[in-house]
Every structure is written in structure tokens, then in C-alpha cells.
Design a protein around this ligand. Sequence first.
Ligand code: HEM
Length: 150
Amino acid sequence: MPLPSAKIQVYAYAGVALLFLAVTIGAFTRAYGAGMGCGPDWPTCNGEIVPLTANTATLLEYFHRVAAGLGFVLITYTAYLSLKASGDRGVKLWATATIIALVTQIILGAVVVWYHLNPPLSALHTTLAIVTVALATGMAVKLSHTRVRG
Ligand code: HEM
């Protein structure tokens, strides 16, 4: 069955762009030693949903999380539509693998701060970032080669 709308391709690439932004801000977070900018708190940032009294370190870590969160929303919606509406086995495989990697990465991000930037965990977070972005890009490319409706 064709997917519901060509918009799904836009959602997929926008999700990839947001993950790329999360990776970029993550790199700055690491480079500026701002990994504990939100303290050991997750999902809150220094105990707040939106940190109102923020310094540079807090802003870097906070916007890293915001970009990851927005990317998560778009990628999850794209994967949901793909699983629901596509009869293409390849699309379903890319969508499932992407969601597993992204959810694991977000949980790992939380574990990294709970364990105060433990080096092996932090290195794993960087490694999984490459895998996650690669899978999300693969899903977007696969979707752009799949027949869609609308
Ligand atoms: C809300 C969930 C997330 C949290 C709480 C989180 C947390 C962190 C923290 C604390 C750092 C700094 C690590 C350090 O200084 O050692 C970091 C870096 C980084 N994060 Fe995340 N992260 C999250 C989601 C993501 C996602 C979804 C991606 C990519 C798909 C990502 C990619 C990266 C990258 C590439 C770095 C830079 C690592 C480096 O340059 O060494 N993060 N993250």
C-alpha cells in the first residue's frame, strides 16, 4: 500500500536535520566541557523544565536536548506512518532500526549525565550518534525511493 502523503519524506529529512543539529550542539557541549550544564538531572535541567537562569554551559546542554527531542518527535512520527501505511518491508526495517537506535541513544544520554559523564558511556553516546544519524538518513533515502500517495 502506498504511504499516506509525500509529506512523510519532508518529515523524514527534517528529522535527520534536527538530529544533525543535536550532534553539532553535542560536539560543542563536549568541547566546552558543558556536559553537566543541566547538572545530573534528566529529563529536567537543573531541576527545571525550562532553565530560566542559564549560563552558557546550561544553554549548550539544554539546546542539545531540545534538538534531540524535536528530532525524536519527527523521526518517531515518520517511523509510525511508515510502519502503519507502508507495505514495503525495507521501509519497515529502516523505521524499526532507526527508532530502536534513537530511543537507546536518548536513554544513553540520560545515563551519561546520571553517571557524571563517565568516559566509556560518553564515548558510547558519540558512537551511537553516528549509527543513529546513519539509520535515520537511510530511512529518509528509502522513503524517497518508495511510492507515496498525495
Ligand atoms: C535527551 C537526550 C540526550 C542527552 C541527555 C544527551 C546528553 C549529552 C551530554 C551530557 C553530552 C556531553 C558528553 C560529555 O561532555 O562527555 C552529549 C554529547 C553528545 N551527544 Fe548527546 N544527549 C542526548 C541525545 C543525543 C542524540 C539523540 C544524539 C544524536 C543522535 C546525541 C549526540 C551527541 C554527540 C555527537 C555528542 C558529542 C560527543 C563528543 O563530541 O564527544 N545526543 N550528549
